[in-house]
Design a protein around this ligand. Structure first.
Ligand code: F6R
Length: 615
């Protein structure tokens, strides 16, 4: 978590860093800070709150900001969000400043050691320990900043992306990464540093993504030197051409990124299957699957590892893989899987799902599975992310940047990729007939249009949201393919409106949650025609008998649920396996409108961050 930005070159650093931090705020927004060198003095300013608070604090103070600087937007780990714990952090001499994304696990022992030698600390952070460790090494060993950073990092246990500046060597910034992303934008006589490429895409399309255990010495008017932190060997960095553009990371007339991303789903789903689903030839072409077909077909089982919304997509995939391809599937929270000594063999295929491709627990689960000899396939959105690089093969979702913290288009595009894989494997295994396969392809191709249709209920959903916005609790029920959708609907409501919500398999309601139902409890029930419809209707009867308020997500033209429910929201008809791609849409909109009418910060909900790079 946390966003890092830096600049060194002929331009004024301040506007680049401030704008860059705003783009990285999805990574954390507890506090923000900046360090600027104007050629003579080092100015550091930091504050609890958002980047805009930092900007206001600096108003009238920045005349000549200089052309070197680093900035940070924080998601707190060690130490509460306040001004003192905000980054950048100074070393005791005041010469060094650092910004950091990650956790230094052995900071306590390092701090004790440094304290015993007279170092003092103003903040509660692990980061302030690191900058003093670097200073200590620098003076003890009498080395330059780059060397000091390298020696210090070899004493550190944990994860980091850092940028360090020394006002006594003011023509360079040192950066390093282990477990947290860092990109360098390479311009003409200038360099940009950022946690992802969004802060510099209008300046350069050339980027270097540092690998784990690499550091870079970035000097004004000089070439970048990339080195291995462990053995100091030089690395020839790969300069990649960026594919994203400015429009993709702006709101484009929508009030929030979340709403924009909900509305982008027809295109995003289309982009996901474009070039892969060849309906006329009745084939699915995915090189990552094709190249590893033997491993998929020989697999005893598929284990899916993921977190949060991506885990919900994994649950949907469990139904799809087992139903269509008849391969046993287990879906694991990456954070549990990695610590419970799981039984993994070389005949297991692991599918890791992650929008950001940076989630620490998912990454650790992948490493564990690889160490046991399993084949690991990644489903990621962010191109070149750590998970995309760590997996043996994979398929990108091609959803485009997802900036709203609550995941929306990532979920539906993950399901799309996983459906394509399941269908491809089903065909290869002969568990689906040729006509059924063609039917699925045809229906999948129609999904973007049907999502557009589902989006037409937006105004109706807003009215329902206004009725239930003051509820304290909410239940979401679904069966089969739509049980994970119920979980996802509840998660969306919780995370952006702070209303307590639970997702349950509809039939489980009788085993406990039914006790919660009274006339104040809204219950969202997914009751589409093809998924155990009669059984869900019976569940709705049970809710009605207890006076619960029913919001039914139904298939167009539904009559039965309409008679029973307080409100219905229609979605177009499709195959049962594809229904989550449609039933999810009203649930996203419902949570969005409730959060907006409650005045919540939809794109930056409290305590959350877009990419969870700490465990
Ligand atoms: C919920 C949400 C999170 C993420 C989770 C995994 O809206 O965004 O639950 O799904 O943190 O993130 P990724 O997919 O980046 O691994």
């Amino acid at each position: 978590m946390c966003g890092i930005v830096g600049y060194i070159g002929p331009r004024e650093a301040y506007p680049i860093i401030i704008e860059g931090l705003k783009r990285l705020e999805y990574r954390g927004y507890d506090s923000a800070g900046i360090a600027l060198f104007d050629g003579k003095d080092l100015k550091v300013c930091k504050t609890k709150g958002k980047v805009v608070d930092l900007e206001n604090k600096l108003l009238n103070e920045i005349s000549n900001s200089g052309s070197i600087g680093i900035g940070h937007t924080r998601w707190a780990t060690h130490g509460v969000p306040n001004d003192v714990n905000s980054h950048p952090h100074h070393s005791n001499s005041g010469n060094l400043v650092i910004i950091h994304n990650g956790i230094i696990e052995n900071y306590d022992s390092l701090k004790k050691e440094l304290s015993s030698r007279g170092y003092t600390f103003k903040s509660d952070t692990d980061t302030e320990v690191l900058v003093n460790l670097i200073e200590d090494v620098k003076s003890k060993e009498n080395v330059k900043l780059g060397k000091a950073v390298q020696i210090a990092l070899n004493q550190v246990i944990g994860a980091y992306a850092i940028a360090v500046f020394d006002k006594t060597q003011p023509n360079e910034i040192i950066i390093a990464r282990l477990g947290s992303p860092l990109a360098i934008g390479v311009g003409k006589d200038e360099f940009f540093i950022a946690s992802d490429a969004s802060p510099f895409i209008e300046y350069t399309k050339n980027a270097i993504y540092l690998e784990d255990e690499e550091m870079a010495i970035i000097r004004l008017n000089k070439d970048i030197k990339v080195r291995k932190i462990k053995d100091d060997s030089l690395v020839d960095p790969y300069v990649q051409e960026l594919q994203i553009n400015l429009e993709q990371i702006e709101k484009g007339g929508f009030k929030h990124f979340m709403l924009k991303e909900i509305y982008e789903q027809p295109k995003a789903i289309n982009d996901t299957y474009r070039g892969r689903l060849l309906r006329e030839d009745a084939i699915i072409k995915m090189s990552g699957v094709e190249d590893n077909m033997k491993k998929f077909l020989a697999a005893d089982r598929i284990i899916i590892v993921a977190c949060g919304t991506s885990w919900h997509a994994g649950l949907v995939a469990e139904y799809i893989f087992e139903d269509l391809a008849r391969i046993p599937v287990e879906v694991e929270y990456a954070s549990e899987f990695r610590y419970r000594n799981p039984i993994i063999t070389e005949k297991d295929v692991i599918i890791a799902i992650s929008q950001s491709g940076e989630t620490a627990d998912t990454l650790a689960a992948i490493k564990l599975a690889k160490s046991k000899g399993a084949f690991v396939f990644g489903v990621c959105n962010v191109v070149g992310s750590s998970i995309a690089r760590e997996t043996d093969a994979g398929a990108y979702t091609h959803a485009g940047p997802e900036i709203g913290v609550a995941s929306t288009k990532a979920f539906t595009t993950q399901i799309t990729v996983l459906t394509l894989i399941a269908l491809r494997l089903a065909r290869a295994k002969g568990t689906i007939s040729s006509s059924d396969f063609r039917h699925h392809l045809l229906e999948l191709e129609m999904i973007p249009k049907k999502v557009e249709k589902a989006l037409e209920s937006d105004a109706h959903i807003k009215k329902i949201a206004d009725i239930y916005k003051d509820s304290r609790n909410c239940l979401y029920l679904g069966r089969g393919y739509n049980f994970p959708v119920a979980l996802e609907g509840a998660l969306k409501l919780k995370e952006i409106s702070y209303i307590h919500a639970e997702g349950y398999p509809a039939a489980e309601m009788k085993h406990g949650p039914i006790a919660l139902i009274d006339e104040n409890m809204p219950i969202v029930v997914i009751a589409t025609k093809k998924g155990h419809y009669e059984k869900v209707v019976s569940n709705i009867q049970e809710i009605k008998a207890r006076k619960g308020k029913i919001i039914g997500i139904v298939t167009e033209g539904d009559v039965d649920v309409r008679e029973l429910a307080d409100h219905v929201i229609e979605v177009p008809e499709t195959l049962e396996a594809l229904s989550p791609l449609l039933t999810t849409i009203p649930l996203q909109l419902l949570s969005y409108h409730i959060a907006v009418s409650l005045g919540k910060n939809v794109d930056q909900p409290r305590n959350l961050a877009k990419s969870v790079t700490v465990e």
